[in-house]
Design a protein around this ligand. Sequence first.
Ligand SMILES: [Zn+2]
Ligand SMILES: [Zn+2]
Length: 326
Amino acid sequence: MAHAQFGAPTITHITGDLYRGSNGRWHNIILATEDGILIGDTLNTPFATALKAQLEERFPGVPVRYVVYSHSHWDHVEGGAVFADTATFIGHETMLVNMDGRYPHMPGDMIDRNENGTFEPEEFRIPADASPGVCGGRFSERKDADGDGRMTPAEYFSEVHPPDIVYADRMRLTLGGQRVELIHPGRNHGDDMTVLYFPDDGVVFAADFLADALVTESMRSLPSACGPFDGHAMSEWIDSYRAVEALDFEILAPAHGQYYTKQDVVETREYFEYLAAEVSRAMRAGLSLEEMKSELMLEAYADWAQYERLREKNIEAAYRNLTVYR
Ligand SMILES: [Zn+2]
Ligand SMILES: [Zn+2]
């Protein structure tokens, strides 16, 4: 969701040579070996600039060799240019489609409502008004370089350094003798998602999918469900969760929230399955959307975060999703 915040970076040790860089609410992941550093997500230009200085202090003389992108949404991947002197940039192949000049896949239901190929302020405001603090965002006057009140896709991506190397399904890197696997889990929150898997340390990093921007302490949190689950079939979300569950890992260190376990991923996938099954059953029984909202209480999840705020929204998103994708 929404806009990046510009807190000063903190770097926290996870395990082995892995660290979490954070501005408070957005996190990245850093693999720091003697032979070089890999950064998963650069967040934004002020963050990346300050992070670079901190890394030079903490690991003097060690270059940043790779920047890997979790997906193309601006609030996780701006600022990479500050590492362009030493780094190779890697992302999923669909990132280049999103950056080819057409209106890209967007989070938070920030779609091209008037279908003119550019971003207008109301395209950020309409979903924000419909679901305050959950969907939508803030139009960036700063990125509207020519000041014409709209942002072209090029202006929108002006602070995202494009990937030099892309991959389709899986890619393997080795840095300082350690393996890093990049895995495209399928389409879910975005259409160009990469999960970073560090098999030697049993750690997984992913952004927004698995744990979205509303997740804080616990992953037991109803999803924001903007734009009927970001325009991708719930079955694809579920397959994506299973792709992560198939990895052998102990620690999930996602871009939002705390550190979690595989069991948290399992429970979140089960929530999606339960929601899809409940709404499918209600559709078969001929219930209207309004009837579903009043009758489907999703009781088993009443103690999850965002339950009061998002139960009806989740039902509506599932209804719309299952109506479009069969
Ligand atoms: Zn995103
Ligand atoms: Zn996010």
